[in-house]
Write a protein that binds this ligand. Structure first.
Ligand code: BG6
Length: 487
């Protein structure tokens, strides 16, 4: 198990705590990964009692047995695992901007503590300042004090820098764990194994053999109840410098000298720094109009709650990126993400150049399909290779086939909501899967020119339930390429 510690959750009554943190703790308890002396102290603006909070969370955990759409679903809640967590839950009321809250906390905490900021981003700075001032980030006698910070980490380069400055005035970089939940996804972590542990792949993962790389994070859901957050944010800030760039670093970074956290994170920063600032000609911003999703009529983004009727916020982004380093020189990376698209699917596809010998390029147009390696992240983790074989029959004709593997076919599915590894790693003191200050700043630096250029730019509308705006198709077709079909 992880070392004994208290997990202090700011935002105890919030959605993240209910939907993700509690199920993740429950799964960790089920795996025997929490120490007997582990405990949770929730902090919330609203008055909550230990028993009230325990009952609320028990109710939510039970409700997951009926809700198959939630991140966490179980046939039944195991009373031992949940009992382990439940009896360790305590809560206190506190205003995140009041000194008194942190004084109270200081009176209650000793030893190892992980502070989890499951709160709106505007509280990140004030909470870390409060912790620092109250002496709660001082580490001594072998005890650790760590802070987990959710996204969004800043809204542009300047604000991310300012936030880094604020928090690093209160503690050391090694104490801050900036979460990107995409790094908790099993297939994302497996990309490095696939790339660097396979002699079949490692030598060809470069510009001599790779034609282009496609990264897609397509969602079918709309903005839901998050209009207030989403309106000033948009798809670019919400998904690109964080989730999509993390996928990009995994698929494109140089091999680190070791799996030491700093070695891995050094390479990530190096890769992100090599992204050429995106020009508006290489970017498409879209917004969903009314349409149909899974057979049901759904409203336009502009008709969602808390969204302006004339909103120009993008719910879709497609980008063509260049990476200025020897490995990827001349290889475009096409990234796209959007809400209310035809399909829910997150995948990275590496498209290889044609085999050098043109034996099969016959007059009958029997062109070999280009080889691809698709790393599926959601909804069904696995990886697939597109190859050419001979079609059975007397004549020599090619057929494109897919050979693949699904995680579920090889491994017992471990119950996960994607936060287990991240929470466990933080308690263990392993920051490999968390973002360092320099990586975050380099990521914002790469998209900042686009954020500025898009300030007054129009959006291209696409019908909900479609593959996205036609302008995104053109972004690739002008290069003689096409996205893999959605839906
Ligand atoms: C979040 C974004 O960080 O990631 C959401 O704020 C998005 O807008 C979500 O829906 C996607 O995550 P996942 O794991 O569902 O692909």
């Amino acid at each position: 198990p992880a070392p004994p510690c208290t997990l202090v959750i700011f935002g105890a009554g919030g959605d993240l705590t209910k939907r993700l943190l509690m199920p993740a703790l429950y799964n960790l308890a089920g795996g025997g990964l929490l120490d007997q002396k582990f405990s949770v102290l929730g902090v919330d603006h609203n008055p909550l009692t230990d028993d009230g909070w325990r009952d609320d969370l028990t109710g939510t955990m039970e409700s997951f047995t009926k809700d198959t759409s939630a991140e966490f679903h179980a046939e039944r809640i195991d009373p031992r695992s949940w009992g382990f967590i439940r009896e360790r839950l305590h809560v206190m009321q506190g205003d995140f901007s009041e000194e008194a809250t942190f004084r109270d906390l200081a009176g209650r905490l000793t030893g190892n503590v992980v502070f989890y900021l499951a709160v709106s981003a505007r509280f990140f700075g004030p909470i870390v300042k409060g912790l620092g001032k109250a002496g709660l980030l001082k580490q001594g006698d072998g005890a650790f004090r760590r802070v987990v910070i959710e996204k969004p980490f800043g809204v542009d380069l300047a604000s991310a820098k300012a936030l880094n400055e604020t928090i690093l005035a209160q503690g050391d970089e090694s104490q801050f764990y900036r979460i990107d939940h995409f790094l908790g996804k099993e297939t994302v972590q497996s990309i490095l194994a696939l790339r660097f542990a396979n002699a079949l792949l490692e030598p060809i993962w470069r510009s001599e053999y790779v034609d282009h790389v496609e990264i897609t994070a397509a969602e079918t859901i709309g903005v839901e109840e998050r209009g207030r957050f989403y309106e000033p944010t948009g798809a670019l800030r919400d998904m690109v410098p964080n989730h999509l760039f993390q996928l990009l670093t995994m698929v494109a970074m140089e091999p680190p000298g070791s799996f030491d956290a700093e070695a891995v994170r050094d390479e990530k920063t190096r890769l992100v720094t090599a992204i050429r600032p995106v020009s508006p000609q290489d970017a498409v911003r879209g917004q969903y109009a009314a349409g149909r999703e899974e057979g049901k009529a759904v409203p336009a983004y502009r008709d969602e709650p808390d969204v302006a009727k004339d909103s120009r916020t993008e719910t879709y982004v497609a980008l063509k990126l260049a990476i200025d380093n020897p490995r990827w020189s001349g290889v475009p990376f096409y990234l796209r993400t959007g809400k209310r698209l035809a399909d829910r699917h997150t995948a990275i596809t590496v498209h290889f150049k044609p085999a050098p010998f043109t034996l099969f390029r016959g007059a009958d147009g029997d062109e070999p399909a280009s080889n691809v390696m698709r790393l599926n992240i959601d909804p069904e983790p696995g990886s697939f290779t597109g190859l050419n074989v001979k079609r059975p029959g007397p004549q020599m004709h090619l057929a494109a086939i897919e050979s693949g593997f699904r995680y579920a076919d090889f491994f017992d599915p471990a119950p996960t909501v994607g936060y287990e590894t991240l929470l466990y790693d933080c308690m263990m003191g392993d920051p490999t899967l968390f973002q360092r200050a320099d990586t975050i700043e380099a990521s914002w630096a790469a998209v900042d020119p686009l954020i500025k250029a898009w300030k007054d730019a129009p959006v291209c509308l696409y019908p909900a339930g479609s593959p996205g705006p036609k302008e995104a198709e053109e972004l690739l077709s002008r290069d003689g390429r096409a996205w893999l079909p959605l839906g």
